[in-house]
Design a protein around this ligand. Structure first.
Ligand code: CAA
Length: 258
């Protein structure tokens, strides 16, 4: 595996993953998917991880899409397999037990917009541009864009973006709820870290189960309300909720991580 395609930095349990193909505007090729898959499977059971930031190398692009240069040799079967593989890796991100924040520093197009949408939270730099331009190539989105864009911004605006291939800027993305913060360009990872540091002061099991519960809302095979009362029972029986409730009563800050 080529470890230079996704740079990994660990800062006391806060990981920053930087997609590192700036000459191709960080387009997602097979090597990038291999590296993302390896990271999220290696850390699947890692309870010391506090959060993950995903960003792109350079100041121009978060990720400008799937690598279009890998498309030319694909037939229908190969295309479906490529798309399914990308979806599977993005599900690993969406279902990860610790929070994942996209720090969007420039173009987030096609697979790049899709990667950001598989993250739990999105922070945009003021120069960020989001779009799903697949129809320009005679394609539909392949890494979940037709589903997650509707979930995040609603059917009407999602269809307009998907059908026109128009890009939207950071402020419009904020207005639509596609991102939750717009910061000065270059400050995306700092803002993402600030959010992760706040979440890291909360109960890790409660954080994990909250991520799973919100995902359950969109999973047609799961009864989210049932899962919520089950998870309420799970968390109330946990050591961390004993600490959280004791801290409240004793008028002190809860300490969830040793
Ligand atoms: N795949 C492969 N290479 C890409 C790329 C991509 N998605 N996006 C940019 N690049 C490469 C360019 O080919 C160029 O490389 P060369 O110098 O070797 O020619 C380099 O990155 C710089 O790009 P540009 O010269 O095009 O830069 P620009 O500033 O003129 O334009 C841009 C920037 C508007 C983002 C333009 O690069 C662009 O339109 N990129 C493609 C965006 C796109 O269509 N994304 C969707 C891909 S399909 C997809 O993602 C499907 C899916 O859901 C699975």
């Amino acid at each position: 595996m080529d470890n230079s395609l996704v740079l990994i930095e660990n800062n006391d349990g806060f990981y920053t993953l930087t997609i590192n193909r700036p000459d191709a505007l960080n387009a997602l090729n097979k090597g990038v998917f291999d590296a993302l898959e390896a990271f999220f499977s290696e850390h699947k059971e890692d309870r010391d991880i506090k959060g993950v930031i995903i960003t792109g190398a350079g100041s121009k692009a978060f990720v400008a899409g799937a690598d279009i240069k890998e498309f030319s040799s694909l037939d229908a079967k190969g295309g479906a397999a490529l798309s399914k593989r990308g979806q599977d890796v993005f599900f690993m991100i969406e279902r990860f037990h610790a929070p994942v924040v996209a720090a969007v520093n420039g173009f987030a197009l096609g697979g790049g917009c899709e990667l950001s949408m598989s993250c739990h939270i999105r922070v945009a730099g003021s120069n960020a541009k989001f779009g799903q331009p697949e129809v320009n190539l005679g394609l539909v989105p392949g890494y979940g864009g037709s589903q997650r864009l509707v979930q995040l911004i609603g059917k009407g605006k999602a269809l307009e973006m998907l059908l026109t291939a128009d890009m939207i800027g950071a402020e419009e993305a904020l207005r639509l709820g596609l991102v939750t913060h717009v910061v000065e360009s270059g400050q995306e990872t700092a803002k993402a870290m600030e959010i992760l540091q706040k979440i890291a002061t909360k109960g890790p099991l409660a954080v994990q189960q909250t991520i799973h519960l919100v995902n359950a809302y969109f999973d047609k095979t799961v009864d989210g309300f049932k899962k919520e009362y089950e998870d309420f029972g799970l968390t109330i029986g946990s050591e961390e909720s004993k600490e959280g409730t004791a801290a409240f009563i004793e008028k002190r800050k809860a300490v969830f991580r040793k």
